[in-house]
Every structure is written in C-alpha cells, then in structure tokens.
Design a protein around this ligand. Structure first.
Ligand code: ATP
Length: 259
C-alpha cells in the first residue's frame, strides 16, 4: 500500500538529567493500521507517548519548530487538551480512571468540547441539554460495546484491572479520535479479558482508526500488529512489517530476548 502517514516525527529528544530517554530521528505511523512499539524496559516508549500527546515536553525538537505533524497539523508546543482535540488520544500504562467517580461519570469526562462550546451552549439551555443527552447516549453505547453497561453506576475503583483497561479505552473513544495510542493495554489483564481486548483493538482498526500500542507480550504483537517499530535506548533501531521484524534473529536476540 502507498505510504500515508498520519503521524510524522522528526528529531525529538527528551533528556532527564544525563539520561537520554528519547532520541527519535524520524518516525512515521501509517494511517489505518495497527502499529506495535516494542523494546526493552526503559527504552523510552512511554516517554515517547507522553511527548506525542503533550503530557511531557521535549528537551529539543525538530528543525525550525517542525517536530511532529499529526493529520496535517504541527503539534510542537501544543498542549495536551488541544492535541486530544486534533484526534490523537492515548491511554496510560497505569490506568487513570477516577476511582471515586462512577463508570458513567468517567465516560462523561472523556467527551471533548471544542473551546468555547460549553460557554456558547450554556447561553442557550436547550442546546446544552441536547448536547448533554447526546454525550450521555454515546457513553452508554460505548459502555455496551465494551460490556461495561451493567457497571455504569459502580465506582470505577471497584472494577478489576482488565475492566479498568476497557473503561480507559472506552473513555478515550468519547472524543471520536482518529488515532489511539495504547500503553500496554494487556498488562495486568486476566486471560479471559485478553481475548476480548484484542478483539476491541482490531475492531477499532476495522472502523478506520489508527492504532499505536506498546506491548511486551510478543504473541500479542505478532497476532494483531501489521507494522512493528523497535525502540532501544531512546532510538528507533528497527521497523518493518510485523512478520519480518518478529522473525529477524538480530531483533530477537538484541531487543526481545528469547520469545
Ligand atoms: P517500560 O517498558 O519499562 O515501561 P519504557 O520503554 O516505557 O519502559 P520510559 O518509561 O519511557 O521507558 O523510560 C525511558 C528512560 O527515561 C528510562 O531510563 C527512565 O528511567 C527515564 N525516565 C522516564 N521518565 C523519567 C522521569 N520523569 N524522570 C527521570 N527519568 C525518567
């Protein structure tokens, strides 16, 4: 297929004191496929996600301020909320569900409003009520899709680890993203839910979404990703079609260990 990058990254560096956590020279993520980002502990994968989604700022980035471009927009020096509004959302390795709020309340928080929308709507209560009703209906739809509808009034804190991962994914979808970045979506999930999570990730792709995910389980990577990017010591050290990368002895020896 013709390359069609939705995300393009150039010369992004993030240092913590003397440690270079991320030093990415160039990376493209192709639209509409599932890409896995793999690499040993401390390779910089989470830091890379943080940088892309505005949760952390690079030490240096790009040339002339052009460091990363998402879906035609330059995102350098764009805040996390504004980045989410461009259609790129992420989940966290440690889930961020607010445990003292209900599942449904967590979902309502995921709905993104355009700047000023809330104010504009509040000046006209019927429009605000309509918008709220739409958001509510959407939240219930998504909860049903992720089989969390029966839990909607439970505190998020009462969910199992796997259910929290599902909630986080569902919540991320509230803003109708075009790309979703999942940080170890399978970690801490019991085997029964693993299959269903994998199915959900594939169905996001089938719906036309671009998926980039960090994963340590090589069976999972092999099973659902079309493209694999290998990171080590902050750099992209290999990438290619999943089958090729996952059967490359050099990659296996150097970066994955015995799998
Ligand atoms: P894992 O697979 O274990 O989650 P990772 O590939 O996501 O690892 P990062 O968490 O991005 O790796 O860490 C990359 C490097 O940056 C590590 O050496 C880490 O110790 C360092 N690092 C990350 N965040 C910080 C921070 N806030 N302060 C200092 N050092 C940090």
């Amino acid at each position: 297929a013709k390359p069609d990058p939705i995300l393009r990254v150039d010369k992004i560096v993030r240092q913590f004191g003397g440690i270079t956590a991320v030093d990415v020279e160039h990376l493209e993520v192709q639209r509409g496929i599932i890409t896995a980002l793999i690499g040993p502990n401390g390779a910089g994968k989470t830091t890379f996600f943080n940088l892309m989604t505005g949760f952390d700022q690079p030490t240096s980035a790009g040339k002339g301020g052009a460091a990363w471009n998402f879906n035609g927009k330059q995102l350098t020096r764009t805040g996390a909320a504004a980045i989410a509004r461009t259609g790129m959302v992420r989940t966290f390795q440690l889930t961020k569900a607010l445990s003292r709020m209900t599942v449904l309340e967590n979902m309502m928080l995921g709905a993104s409003n355009q700047p000023g929308e809330r104010l504009a709507l509040s000046l006209f209560p019927p429009a605000w009520r309509k918008r709220e009703a739409e958001v509510h209906a959407k939240a219930l739809d998504l909860l049903a899709r992720f089989k969390l509808d029966t839990k909607k009034d439970d505190y998020a804190g009462s969910l199992s680890g796997g259910q929290r991962k599902l909630l986080e994914m569902a919540r991320a979808l509230m803003s109708d993203p075009t790309m979703i970045m999942l940080d170890e979506p399978m970690a801490g999930v019991n085997p029964a839910l693993t299959q269903s999570l994998l199915g959900h990730i594939q169905s996001l792709r089938d719906d036309g979404m671009t998926v980039l995910f960090v994963e340590h389980d090589m069976h999972v990577v092999r099973h659902i990703s079309e493209w694999v990017v290998v990171m080590a010591e902050g750099r992209i050290v290999a990438e290619g079609p999943s089958d090729t990368v996952m059967s490359d002895p050099a990659v296996i020896d150097a970066y994955l260990g015995a799998h």
